[in-house]
Ligand binder design. Structure first.
Ligand code: NAD
Ligand code: ZN
Ligand code: ZN
Length: 346
């Protein structure tokens, strides 16, 4: 089968032919209908050889949807032909976090060497994906695979982040979204669907600010050193109740902190190496700063239900598998509007 692999440290992703996997006992083989390309893959591809905790080559892709193609021995909860979305943050399935559906916070995954597909285990940008357990599969129903696949990360991650802050996003409140890319443009829509908050989007690109307005941002602000001041003006000097930073770089976390109102939430989702000091006087009183990771299986079910309700429309650019390296290049260059989605079987 064809797959997109990161084969050696520093190399660009490439199209390769590898054997089609066989499902072992308890496993499920999916024929992948769509796979998303996330900015986090560049993080994996930036890790120096001595710090890599899994072997290369790695088949990329941690957003996947597909159709069940083959069942390993003993699998009874899904059937061949079922359309499913893959819940990506695999855990041990047994610890207290996993028992609550929060495998993204599994207490034992690291010790047991369990990795999400595309982030250590073979990923979804391939004709077939081996899924370790049917519990990782959520029914897709009649959702369109291309629309649905980004929801497994670019939808789930902002959904989890926003859900924590819902009590603060009351009428009259303001939410700030920094970075209107794959995750950010979905975040804006989730905020509009779930809250009455006014949404202010920040980005460095005019095209992304235009997309932000198109998907529901009330205001857009160029992300520069003056952006926080502009957010303060737009909030009558008070600042925003919730700030979601989908860049997470040193200048954006600084902006995020400078937009914060007293008792607000600053959520750093982007993995850009920034950190925000917390301590008396460092930020307005009682600001909570957090850096979440992905979301729970229950939340993935909720995000898919939100899409079924017709209130999220992911902007996608599709590529055949042979062009996946180009999709990575476009994402790297900031040229993707919304999410790049690979179609491995078309
Ligand atoms: P993306 O490339 O699609 O979007 C990034 C957006 O940020 C682009 O629109 C870009 O123009 C904008 N941007 C860049 N620099 C900016 C700045 N200084 N100010 C404002 N906007 C700026 O990336 P993505 O796939 O949406 O991922 C976003 C981030 O979230 C990445 O860092 C990724 O690694 C991270 N991520 C984290 C989690 C998690 O669980 N914490 C999950 C998925 C992705
Ligand atoms: Zn991701
Ligand atoms: Zn666990």
């Amino acid at each position: 089968m064809k797959a997109i692999q990161y084969r050696s440290v520093g190399a660009a992703p490439e199209v390769v032919r590898i054997p089609k996997p066989l499902p072992g006992p308890g496993q499920v083989l999916l024929r992948v209908t769509a796979a998303g390309v996330c900015h986090s893959d560049f993080l994996i591809m930036g890790v120096p050889a001595e710090q890599l905790s899994f072997p290369l080559p790695l088949t990329l892709g941690h957003e996947g949807v597909g159709v069940v193609a083959e069942l390993g021995d003993g699998v009874t909860t899904v059937a061949v032909g079922d359309a499913v979305a893959v819940y990506g943050p695999w855990g041990c399935g047994r610890c207290t976090e996993c028992a609550a559906g929060k495998e993204n916070y599994c207490l034992r995954a690291r010790d047991l060497g369990i990795y999400p597909p595309g982030l250590g285990a073979p990923g979804a940008i391939a004709e077939y994906l081996l899924v370790d357990d049917p519990r990782h599969l959520v029914p897709l129903g009649d959702l369109d695979p291309v629309q649905a696949v980004p929801l497994t990360d670019a939808g789930l991650t902002p959904y989890h982040a926003i859900k924590r802050s819902l009590p603060k996003l009351v009428p009259g409140s303001t939410a700030v979204v920094i970075g209107a890319g794959g995750l950010g443009h979905v975040a804006i829509q989730i905020l509009r669907a779930l809250t009455p908050a006014r949404v202010i989007a920040l980005d460095v690109s005019d095209e992304k600010l235009e997309l932000a307005r198109e998907v529901g941002a009330h205001e857009t602000v160029r992300s520069d050193a003056a952006a926080a001041q502009r957010v303060r003006e737009l909030t009558g000097g008070a600042g925003a109740e919730a700030i979601f930073d989908f860049v997470g770089a040193p200048p954006t976390v600084t902006t995020a902190g400078a937009c914060a109102r007293v008792e607000s939430d600053v959520t750093i989702v982007g993995i850009g190496g920034g950190a925000l000091p917390v301590g008396f006087g460092a930020l307005p009183h009682e600001v909570s700063v957090t850096a979440p990771y992905w979301g729970s299986r229950t939340e993935l079910i909720e995000v898919l239900d939100l899409a079924r309700a017709g209130v999220i429309s992911v902007h996608t650019e599709t590529y055949p598998i042979d062009d996946a390296p180009i999709a990575y290049q476009h994402l790297h260059d900031g040229k993707v509007r919304g999410r790049a989605v690979i179609l491995p079987n078309s």
